[in-house]
Design a protein around this ligand. Structure first.
Ligand code: NDP
Ligand code: 8X3
Length: 258
């Protein structure tokens, strides 16, 4: 019988736990007996999640990952057993807009970089020393297929996810010998609030990517995150790319107007 790790020993710090992958992962870890620290900006969502999962399993903290001092304060305030973090799920992130680069709102670019790049780096940097001091752990980052494959309107979003991928790989080189695993999860089309955020609350535009097809859902991604962290300690999944079966690759776009 293949021996997976015991998830009841997991203490998982999750950014972006108010929705989508983060919320689904919190539910998955608690269902398996683990403890989670659920963070995000929307306090009402955090409170609902804590009521659902139980305060003994789910500690909550309002947190904007762009705020480095707030990350440090949340970590410093953690009560036992939530202070024994051995998994970090650096998941908080967003896409804003789908316009061509020359027409985009520059503040959208700033927000994506501040959240997906700077906020993710702050999160990992703040939590890594504690895990190393406790003898090991696992950093899971949320990349995207957009970090590998270009598409129109994806300029800065895709670039932030390329950063996440390379950050995760470089991190792995840095923690060699410290019993820290690093995994970059790279999903494609998945129905969450992602599209609603990208299109700033426009429900018609947000529904379009999922129309007439079967995208993945938050539970699909949470299961993959959970699986990668439950593998025996000598196994490291470096990158895990997932797509809906209904999503595949297209040809290069060749301009023929010359
Ligand atoms: P959701 O919009 O459903 O969830 C995003 C989460 O990120 C929310 O909990 C939100 O919480 C949090 N968040 C956003 N900005 C901040 C911030 N500044 N500080 C703290 N938390 C923040 O989207 P998904 O679950 O789909 O996305 C999760 C991650 O997966 C993102 O990094 C996304 O880029 C990535 N991804 C998504 C894919 C998809 O198709 N859905 C595919 C590939 C990758 P709150 O607003 O309460 O702060
Ligand atoms: C989210 C997937 O294809 O919308 O990262 O960029 S995509």
């Amino acid at each position: 019988m293949y021996q997976m790790l015991d998830p009841s020993r997991f203490v998982v710090f999750i950014t972006g736990a108010t929705s989508g992958f983060g919320a689904a992962a919190a539910r998955r870890y608690v269902a398996a007996g683990g403890k989670v620290i659920a963070t995000g900006r929307r306090r009402d969502r955090l409170i609902d999640l804590q009521i659902e999962l139980g305060a003994e399993n789910c500690h909550i903290a309002e947190l904007d990952v762009q705020d480095r001092a707030a990350i440090a304060a949340v970590i410093a305030d953690l009560p036992p057993p939530f202070d024994g973090i051995n998994i970090v799920l650096a998941n908080a992130g967003l896409a804003l807009g789908l316009q061509p680069a020359a027409e985009t709102d520059i503040t959208d670019w700033e927000t994506m970089i501040a959240t997906n790049v700077t906020g993710l780096a702050y999160t990992v940097r703040a939590l890594l020393p504690g895990m190393i001091a406790r003898g090991g752990g696992h950093v899971v980052t949320l990349g995207s297929v957009a970090g590998d494959y270009a598409y129109p309107g994806g300029s800065v979003y895709g670039a932030t996810k390329a950063f996440v991928k390379q950050f995760a790989l470089n991190l792995r080189a840095d923690v060699q010998g410290k019993n820290i695993r690093v995994t970059n999860i790279e999903p494609g089309l998945t129905e969450t609030e992602f599209s609603l955020v990208r299109f700033k609350g426009d429900e018609t535009k947000a529904a379009k990517p999922y129309e007439g097809t079967k995208p993945m859902n938050a539970e699909d991604i949470a299961e993959s995150i959970f699986w990668s962290t439950t593998l025996p300690a000598h196994v490291n999944v470096n990158r895990l790319q997932l797509m809906a079966t209904t999503q595949a690759f297209g040809p290069f776009d060749i301009y023929r107007g010359n």
